[in-house]
Write a protein of this length. Structure first.
Length: 549
């Protein structure tokens, strides 16, 4: 509904977006008078007063306009607040949806299949999955892909490690990691391993049937465990695309042909691109002396395929990929292809220190999930729930804590995950939002049990805190659209926390189930509308909206 109010203000005033903003002092404010004051050589206050005389107000939602110190402040009408509550109650699960249209491919996670996901990987997964959920809510057709890095040295080392040491009975991605760590330790003492790894890489790229079966077996084992971890975090991919496919299906050859046609490919001992023309110091190597291609070569082929199959595509990448992503984009543009939209994220730190899969020094996502679930179990131990319900709630709270904490920080900022703080019901955490939703559900259950099921919002009865809460509720789709434009899901996480906090203000100040039937129906309508917004919002963040906590 706020989007409609916003459009009405723009239509009535002709003010551009850059001069309109949300404000603590108004429902919407404009700074246009400050710009025009310089041109007209007048005071902003005087210009603003002249401007409001020129506005042609039409529509139902602009209630009042005032000028304060040169700012033009717009306030929504009573009809706006009534329509907001009624729209939320009527639309229910559909509330907040948009019809922006279009399609997008989102590639995220894409961790090397040489072991389990660690905490850095899951920030990637949670950002990518949350963006996919929000874009779908906005009416965009979304496909998510995991790009399986099955070629190159790391995969060959994993295969050789499993060949030598086998796989135990534990979770398969952890078992692959054990073999990978052991073979890397051996390689520090035995130069023969490097030769064997190179032979494996060459044989796999050439399509040797036995070697292909061996690679597929090991990497599928790792992916089996990775999928389980992602499932525990409520993350799913629509498809898994293997990089070796682009060697087999001719897309790598096509990339070489396109580069050669444009005079970009240099062939000597290796195949390379002189990157100085793009402002880089080092050449980009595409094929080694032994005939094997590099990751960037297959990535170029993958993006040629994306260009041919999708109108829009984006990648979620760690900040350490900025150089190679920049090189990839520049080469794609030189080939007349679209470059991907890229969401970069900084890494997650933990007290355990830095992580290295090769050396076996990492905190796996599985460990972090289990540790967080254990803490949630401890917090919920005294709840009057069955053991089965306690376990369900503990897992939902733990996953919520992880997902919210990993997405609430803007992607380009580094973050530290502290699972104790993330599970604090009194702090700005997912559990606080889940608990607020559960409280709204509890109020509605109690009302129904007492025979008070009727809802009837009356804007004439609305006080200040209710007004602020409903204004926030009206902004759901407005915030969804902001995320679509900025690709920063933290904006929605912050919004949902604001709703939860404002509802808590309302709940503590305003008794809901009162003897005054009109006031009770009015406030119950606000409670139910908030419940719907919190539920729909938590689902967009991939967090279960619990009804009891």
């Amino acid at each position: 509904m706020f989007r409609v109010f916003y459009r009405e203000v723009k239509k009535a005033t002709g003010i551009e977006d850059r001069f309109l903003r949300e404000s603590e002092h108004a429902d919407l404010a404009s700074t246009i008078a400050f710009k025009l004051a310089k041109e007209r050589r007048k005071k902003p206050q005087e210009v603003a007063e002249e401007l409001i005389e020129e506005f042609e107000i039409y529509g139902d939602y602009i209630g009042k306009i005032e000028v304060v110190n040169g700012y033009i402040n717009f306030f929504a009408s009573p009809e706006f607040f009534e329509d907001t509550i009624n729209a939320i109650l009527d639309e229910d699960y559909r509330y907040g949806a948009l019809r922006l249209g279009g399609e997008v491919l989102i590639e995220h996670t894409s961790a090397n299949p040489d072991g389990p996901l660690h905490v850095g990987h899951i920030r990637n997964s949670i950002i990518g999955d949350t963006l996919a959920r929000i874009l779908r809510k906005a009416g965009v057709k979304v496909e998510t892909q995991y790009y399986v890095n099955d070629m190159g040295r790391q995969s060959a080392m994993a295969v050789l490690g499993v060949r030598r040491y086998g796989i135990g009975e534990g979770k398969p991605d952890h078992e692959v990691a054990k073999a990978y760590v052991r073979i890397n330790a051996d390689a520090e003492r035995d130069d023969e391993i490097d030769r064997q790894v190179e032979e494996l890489m060459v044989a796999y790229e050439r399509g040797d049937e036995e070697v292909v079966r061996e690679f597929r077996s090991v990497i599928e084992k790792a992916l089996e465990g990775i999928r389980e971890t992602l499932g525990n975090l409520n993350v799913e991919h629509d498809s898994y695309v293997w990089e070796s496919e682009f060697v087999r299906n001719g897309y790598v050859d096509r990339i070489f042909e396109m580069l050669e046609e444009r005079g970009l490919l240099i062939k000597d001992d290796v195949y390379r691109i002189d990157m100085s023309r793009f402002g880089y110091e080092k050449d980009l190597i595409l094929k080694r002396e032994n005939g094997t291609t590099l990751y960037v070569t297959r990535d170029l082929a993958y993006h040629l395929w994306k260009n041919e199959n999708y109108e829009r595509f984006m990648n979620v990448l760690g900040a350490d990929h900025k150089l190679i992503a920049s090189q990839l984009s520049d080469v794609l543009k030189a080939l007349g292809l679209k470059a991907p939209e890229i969401v970069f994220f900084e890494f997650v730190s933990l007290p355990e220190g830095s992580m290295s899969t090769r050396k076996g020094k990492f905190v796996s996502a599985d460990e972090l999930i289990e540790k967080t679930v254990e803490e949630a179990r401890r917090i919920l131990a005294d709840r009057d729930f069955s053991e089965e319900e306690k376990e369900h709630v503990a897992k939902a709270v733990a996953v919520g804590a992880l997902r919210y904490d990993f997405v609430r920080v803007s992607p380009e900022k580094p973050m530290t995950f502290d699972w104790r703080k993330a599970l604090d019901f009194e702090r700005q955490t997912a559990s606080y939002i889940q608990y607020t939703h559960a409280r709204a559900c509890s109020i509605m259950r109690k009302a129904v049990e007492m025979g008070y099921a009727d809802l009837d919002f009356n804007s004439a009865m609305m006080d200040g805190v209710e007004r602020e809460l409903i204004l926030l509720l009206s902004k759901f789709s407005f915030v969804v659209e902001k995320v679509v434009e900025s690709l920063k899901p933290n904006i929605f996480a912050e919004y949902l926390m604001d709703v939860a906090e404002k509802f808590s203000d309302f709940y503590h100040r305003n008794p809901v189930i009162t003897d005054d039937s009109e006031l009770r129906m009015h406030r119950l309508a606000i409670v139910d509308a908030t419940r719907i917004v919190l539920r729909n919002g938590l689902e967009l963040l991939g967090i279960e909206p619990l009804e009891r906590m």
